[in-house]
Design a protein around this ligand. Structure first.
Ligand code: FES
Length: 141
């Protein structure tokens, strides 16, 4: 394990569930590592695959996409769209030499602050194990 490396994680979270859970985790003073920057989206269905690729090419070592549980999306099927897009990205990223474990999709409900904190901490630890993402030269591909 690389002790020096502190991963930079970008998390696209849906306003209605995971963002609320993140807020709950914070107000409940749950222990979370400070490596994540949240991008609040109205729904995970709004997360264009380009956003994920751009994040990884721009310095993120890992990207988390998290929203409402299946069946709970406030826009009916946005999270199902997100799931399909992440599946597609999981096929594309290795072609660019990016380990697909650097992209994580989870469902965290509004009342699951503890689940959010655990998800974030586990993902950060996994990225820490993988080490920094070196994308030099990838933009030219
Ligand atoms: S509103 Fe939360 S995933 Fe769609």
């Amino acid at each position: 394990m690389n002790q020096e490396f502190e991963p930079a994680i970008l998390a696209f979270v849906c306003n209605w569930c995971t963002y609320t859970a993140a807020d709950l985790a914070g107000t409940s003073r749950m222990v979370q590592q400070p490596n994540v920057r949240l991008v609040r989206m109205m729904c995970t269905g709004m997360v264009d695959p380009k956003y994920v690729i751009k994040a990884l090419l721009s310095g993120a070592d890992g990207v988390l996409v998290s929203g409402c549980h299946p069946g709970d999306c406030h826009y009916i099927n946005g999270n199902y769209k997100a799931r399909r897009r992440v599946k597609l990205l999981n096929e594309i990223l290795p072609q660019f030499g990016i380990d697909q474990r650097r992209l994580c999709l989870t469902w965290v409900g509004a009342s699951e602050g503890n689940e959010f904190a655990a998800t974030v901490n586990n993902f950060i630890n996994e990225i820490r194990e993988l080490g920094p993402l070196d994308v030099r030269g990838m933009a030219a591909l």
